[in-house]
Design a protein around this ligand. Structure first.
Ligand code: KIV
Length: 259
């Protein structure tokens, strides 16, 4: 998979993206989806933190390297962590480090038109950039929670403007998170690059889900936009109980599993 193929899919075929944080999962997902995102959501679902903000550049690189080892066909995208893309110089330094050390095909960063300069700095230095607008998890502390966007005309106008400025700065694709369906549809129509929605309705060019949400491994709560395609946590708990009981009862290991 490459960026031109992703772009050619706009309005023709829906694009599928899923997160992965290690080689084990990445191998299972490879080739089944167009893109695999090493999202900074790993800080929550993998690291057990309450938000994404504390993940470091080196931690993102470590996980992206693992995913890269498991992927031959899908496009691998690494999220730039909070604080690593503050100005042009810092952003280029962080993204070059990601490219060189992790082997990612592209990077993703959150922000609207205020990020145009840093995005342009990356794209003019041959770094492929995926934008991310709408509900941006890295803004959770500044905004005092996760807030759905695109609720009124003014906000929709602002989001469309953000998407157009990002496109102009050279992003190859834009994630639209937590945006009202009608607004996400308008944004998608207003740009030539594909949009990938999460919690933003059906009219974006593709969809992304966090793997541990989609497969039910994270089961403390379920946001409205998450569909569980598997009850992973239930399956693991059941299997673990079986293992535990067999060890306690000395049914495992039997002759079959012994040398
Ligand atoms: O960090 C992440 O997993 C993301 C997706 C939710 C788009 O940014």
């Amino acid at each position: 998979m490459n960026i031109s193929k992703i772009q050619a899919m706009k309005s023709k075929e829906k694009i599928v993206m899923i997160t992965a944080y290690d080689a084990l999962m990445a191998k299972l997902f490879d080739g089944e989806v167009e893109m695999i995102l090493v999202g900074d959501s790993l800080n929550m679902s993998f690291g057990g933190e309450k938000d994404t903000l504390s993940v470091t550049l080196d931690e993102m690189i470590y996980h992206t390297k693992a995913v890269r080892r498991g992927v031959k066909n899908s496009l691998v995208i690494c999220d730039m962590p909070f604080g690593s893309y503050i100005d042009e110089k810092e952003t280029l330094k962080s993204a070059v480090k990601i490219y060189k050390e992790s082997g990612a095909d592209a990077i993703k960063l959150e922000g609207g038109k205020e990020k145009a300069k840093v995005i342009r700095e990356l794209t003019k230095n041959s770094i492929a950039v995926m934008g991310h607008i709408g509900l941006m998890p890295q803004f959770v502390r500044a905004e005092g929670g996760y807030k759905i966007k695109g609720k009124d005309k003014e906000d929709i106008k602002r989001l469309i403007e953000d998407a157009k400025v990002l496109e102009d700065a050279g992003v190859f694709c834009i994630v639209i998170e937590g945006v009202k369906s009608e607004a996400a549809k308008e944004i998608t129509k207003s740009v030539k690059v594909p949009t990938i929605g999460i919690g933003s309705g059906k009219d974006t060019d593709g969809q992304v889900l966090v793997w541990s949400d989609a497969f039910g491994f994270f089961d403390e709560f379920k946001p409205k936009f998450v569909k569980r395609y598997l009850e992973g946590a239930k399956l693991i708990r059941g299997a673990l109980k079986e293992f535990r009981n067999e060890v306690k009862s000395e049914a495992f290991p039997s002759e079959e599993y012994s040398y």
